[in-house]
Design a protein around this ligand. Sequence first.
Ligand code: KIV
Ligand code: NA
Length: 279
Amino acid sequence: RKKVSLGTLRSLYKKGEPISVITAHDFPSAHVADAAGIDIVLVGDSLAMVALGMEDTSEVTVDDMLVHCRSVARATRAAFTIGDLPMGSYEISPEQGLATAIRFTKEGRVKGIKLEGGKEMAPTIAKITQAGIPVLAHIGLTPQRQNALGGFRVQGKTSKGAMKVLEDALAVQEAGCFGMIIEAVPAEVASIITKKLSVPTIGIGAGNGCSGQVLVQVDMSGYFPPGRFLPKFVKQYGNVWAESLRAIESYRDEVKSRQYPAPEHTYPISNEEVEAFAK
Ligand code: KIV
Ligand code: NA
């Protein structure tokens, strides 16, 4: 498979072919995404919950993210890799944002970065873009601001709210982002915004009219214990948890019953050597 570049993404967008995006947080999850032919692998800060067991994304640090970015970058042969700037690492100033983006590139080995926010982040997006680091913006529901937004709420549900999302989209486009994630916005609104833009929109809970889609890998592959809350927009395509549980339970049972290891899992030695040794 050919390496995905910004040029590849632009040509997919021009052709109207949806851009496929999925998160990964370590070497195996990135490897399988790359093997599946995904266009963009995103090291999302959602790894705070799905890989580190944290309550939300506010706890994850730049250093945490960089370890995971490096492991993902080692596995992605073709997919374009993006690292998610965590809360606190870019909001203070465009300079802070650029400094963090440079660390993600040099130490995290990713090709581009993502950050949350609309209009107010435009100067930061411009600064990072002008330094030659591709930026994926993230508008609509921005989970790092959950406390200010009053939780994980659908955005743009009124004409006034939709106008705010559109203004953010135009501002981040003007600032030079190569595309933007639109999260938790009614499908009609995301579709109209997509038509008004000249860069791709990557939807998550934003309907089928976006230029591409993103999901968190453990959600769509079902790698979580039963009973976990899933947002309305998640489609679960597999049950990796059930398969992993089945495998590990079988192993445990075979250890307990001494069925494992069988002779074919052991190293041979001649009878003479055993007798000489056992004497
Ligand atoms: O952190 C993340 O995984 C994300 C995607 C869901 C867009 O930001
Ligand atoms: Na994120």
